[in-house]
Structure formats: C-alpha cells, structure tokens
Design a protein around this ligand. Sequence first.
Ligand SMILES: *Cc1c(COP(=O)(O)O)cnc(C)c1O
Length: 377
Amino acid sequence: MKKKVLLTPGPTPVPERALTRMAMPALHHRHSEFKKVLGEVREGLKYIFQTKGEVIIFASSGTGAMEAAVTNTLCKGDSVLVVQGGKFGERWGQICKAYGVVADILEVEWGKAVKVAEVAAKLKEKPYKALLVQATETSTAVRHPVKELAELVKGTDTLYIVDGVTGVGVFPLPFDELGIDVLVTGSQKALMLPPGLAFAALSEKAWKACDKSDLPKYYFNFKKELKNLGNNETAYTPAVSLLVGLHEVIKMYKEETLEKVFAENAKMAEACRAALVALGLKLFAPESPSEACTAAWTPANVDGAEVVKRIRDVYGYAIAGGQDQVKGKIIRIAHMGYISRYDLVACIAALEQTLNDLGFKVEPGKGVGAATAVLGK
Ligand SMILES: *Cc1c(COP(=O)(O)O)cnc(C)c1O
C-alpha cells in the first residue's frame, strides 16, 4: 500500500503534470490537434538538445536511436572506434557488428572515464569513419569527456556519435556548440517519461553521411523522418500519448531553464556522493562521476543484490545494482529528472537502515546529514 519511489537510472519517475496529460484520450496522429503538439515538441527538442537542427523521433527504447545512428550514417565495412567502459559501450560494438561495421574497441576499465590522449592516439592509427562513446556510461555511473573528445574529431572526416541517453537533459551537451554529429537519447531518463520514445540530433556532416550510407534500414530511417517532420508528422504512427507527455515535460524544462536543471543535478550528485562516503562506502567512479547517477561499492560482507532487494521491498526505494563483473558488488542511485532533493535524502535514510539490517553498522543520520550539508550550501 505504501508509496514506492524510483531512483533507478532509467526508468525515472514521471511528473504528475505529464501523467495527467497522457491520461487524456489519444489524439489522431494526422489531425491538426496533434500536429500542433508535434510542432511544439519539435521546437522544444531543439531547446533541450541545444541545436538549430531537427531532432528525429522514433517510437522505440533508446537503443533504437543508437541502432539508427549506426545504420543511417555508416557503410558496410567501415571502420569505427568504440569506447567501451561498460554495458552501453558494449552495445555500440554489438550494433556495429550486427551490421557489418568493423568496430575497434577501446577498452576502458569499469569505473574510469576514457583518456582523451588514448583516443587521440587511436584516431591517428587509421582513418576511422566514426568515434562512438557514451556521455554517461550508466552501468558504471561514469561521465566520459564528451567535450574534449569533440575537439579531436572537429574538422576531420570522422563522425562523432554520442549516446546521450543519460546525458541529454542531465548536464550540458550543447549539440551545435560541441560539434557532435549524432546525439541520441530516450524518453525514460532525464526526459521523465515512460519508456518508448527515442531521439537523435544530427549535424550537417551526419546528414551528408546519411546520403551515402548503404546499411539496411526500414523503420529507423532518419531521412524519411526528417521529411515527414517538416509537415509535423512522422512516417509511421507515433507514440501519440508519450509525445503529449513530452509536450508537458518540455514546458517544465523551459519554465525551469536548462541551466537550473543542470545545476540542480550537479548539486544532487554531489550530495549523493557525500552521503555514500559518510556511510563508509567507496565510490565506484570517484574521478569522473556523472550527474545522472552515482555508484558505490557495497561493503565487503554485504551482497549488493540484497541491498537493492531489501531497500525496495522493505523501504520502498528502487535503486539499481551492478551488472556483469560488478553484479552484486555495487549499487547505483539516480538523481536526474523528476527526483527531488528530499527523495534522494529519504533514499539515503532508507539505505542507512538497509545496511544496518544487513549487518553493516552505520550511524543513523550520518549519510542524511552529509547530504543535507551539501544541499544547504
Ligand atoms: C538507458 C540507456 C540506454 C537505452 O537503453 P534502452 O533500454 O534501449 O532504452 C542507452 N544508453 C545508455 C547510456 C543508457 O543509460
């Protein structure tokens, strides 16, 4: 009966304002009422992506836009460089492989950001058609140096393809200014909606690459969607209700302003780190933490999976655990989107109780105090 709160790095909580809009009867996607909404959503997405260009919309999870970024801009046999520091980096490599794109993998230790100099050295080895990276590698809660990497490919023929699923709307990723060529995101992270929408912004260079791309594609076709969006339509039936929800979310972003959202996320991330450290946990990515979510090692004698299960089942706070090599060893707490300062503080309180329950003794209020001290600064 008690309220459950999501502090997972996707999906994230949906604001009441968006829920109410999405509960209205579905509009017909070729009627003027919906086309007006889509027209405003198109403008709003430009604000969120900080671009003058069109942002393409698909009815899919975020991976759909990742796949589209590959299949629309690359050719069979192209060589690309993939930064792989976790599960989502692996996904870039797997998508490339599925389509016959040759991916050289730059392995990065989990919990670390890629070193700009290493990417620079790799890019000198051969003429790569694209560099693919995550803004936040969500599986490790690491923020990669997206801006610095952009400098490496600026003015070259290499396309810069960034998975911004836990970056867009979380911290500054000004698309036009940075010189990213394809930037993708999904609806269920900082855009505070249920899963089901994927987005991609493209540069002039990327649109030119689309003209040459020979990889198979049908639904996920950037050029087809660009043409349709000009008429406030999508090529196929869009996820109408989610787009109506997005219409509301965009209003919220504009009322708040991107700058304030970014500052608040950074503050909450700092508070979360301070709390975990105060509880005696070791941060998983202390050197390059993300503003989207924070990861910490669970204590040696405590099973991370048990922490995640107990804090959810007993205290009502859903957080995430680790995957693969860190399965059962880390916890991840999200603080992007519609998660308030005191949702986070309450989650820390629940974590304190959970750790005590599982035999790792922490002083109640220690993490909470550290978090609120940062928030009160
Ligand atoms: C959540 C996420 C995705 C998208 O995953 P889907 O399940 O397809 O929505 C992609 N990349 C990153 C970095 C993510 O955090």
